[in-house]
Design a protein around this ligand. Structure first.
Ligand code: ADP
Ligand code: MG
Length: 297
């Protein structure tokens, strides 16, 4: 595996605000990473640090295994961290050609990238006539002109209408399918779920979860139980080695597991302890519930 970016124990303080707390992340080539968290959780600050536009307080990061200087490494990074800004009276094509000239890139790339983001038919329209979604797509095309190793996007669908959101997500998936590594920050769970393979969940600068998106959903699940004597039920449940915690929910209790347990096994265990259940359902948290669970407080 090839490491694109490695972040170790990164911290950022803005005066009394500890915006990023001990964040670590390994980005491997070919994956799509999401940094997910509510507003103010430190996503943009983290991206700003690795892009060398925000100074870190402590910790480290290194690009491409630390084999090159940051400014040199950043030439292989495409990033969009602000609202797209181009010359309003120049066309899409002219704007991208200018970027090519500045960055010393062959202008033949302009056609290829406009096609990728679905703007070829509009290449001769002035930037000022573009919708926000089209502007965002042009920004993506621009960031891809030099075929970067990794594309970094901060809240790429913010402010877009549903169709615009869908287009951007499709384009991101297409770019990923071509082998470009992607790192995107988002406060939208379904965006990360739809687009990313890996996720770092942040709350107030702290990592709550880091790993594969699909493993975030594969928790052991939980049971909903009810019996006549809730107090006895709870104390017996807590003696079982597979049970992590028991939480009250109205007349029922929710039983969270630390290792797999079948409903029938649990039922037999309780029956042998003279507990008869009125209600037993096995449930699994949706990713949404888990995210809310992770980020509440
Ligand atoms: P996110 O991108 O997840 O919404 P940010 O990284 O923008 O979060 O912000 C994280 C925290 O750092 C917030 O509390 C924010 O107010 C604070 N912060 C960000 N930038 C600055 C700054 N330039 N000066 C002071 N505080 C800042
Ligand atoms: Mg942000």
């Amino acid at each position: 595996m090839e490491t694109i970016l490695s972040i170790t124990n990164l911290n950022k303080r803005f005066g009394s605000v500890h915006a990023v707390k001990n964040v670590s992340l390994e980005i491997q080539k070919g994956n799509v990473y999401g940094i997910l968290g509510p507003n103010g959780s430190g996503k943009s600050t983290t991206l700003g640090i690795v892009l060398n536009v925000v100074n870190k307080t402590s910790g480290d990061y290194s690009w491409f295994g630390g084999t090159m200087q940051t400014h040199e490494a950043l030439r292989k990074v495409g990033a969009i961290i602000e609202r797209p800004n181009f010359y309003p009276y120049m066309t899409a094509r002219e704007n991208l050609e200018l970027v090519c000239k500045i960055k010393n890139i062959n202008t033949a790339k302009v056609h290829e990238k406009l096609e990728l983001v679905g703007l070829l038919e509009r290449e001769n329209s002035k930037f000022s006539t573009f919708s926000l979604g089209m502007k965002q797509r042009l920004a993506i095309a621009s960031a891809l002109l030099n075929d970067p190793e990794i594309l970094i996007l901060d809240e790429p669908t913010n402010g877009l209408d549903p169709q615009g959101i869908h287009q951007i997500r499709d384009i991101i998936k297409q770019i990923a399918a071509q082998g470009t590594t992607i790192l995107l920050a988002s406060h939208l769970l379904d965006e990360v779920e739809k687009v990313c393979t890996h996720v770092l969940v942040l709350r107030k600068g702290e990592i709550l979860y880091s790993g594969r998106v699909n493993e975030m959903t594969s928790n052991e699940g939980f049971f909903e139980l009810e019996s006549d004597d809730k107090r006895v039920l709870k104390s017996v449940l807590l003696q079982h080695p597979s049970i992590d915690k028991v939480i009250d929910e109205n007349s029922k209790v929710l039983v969270y597991l630390k290792s797999p347990l079948q409903a029938s096994e649990l039922n037999r265990y309780l029956f042998e302890k003279n507990i008869v259940l009125n209600h037993l359902v096995k449930r699994k948290n949706s990713l949404e519930e888990q995210f809310l669970e992770l980020t509440k407080k």
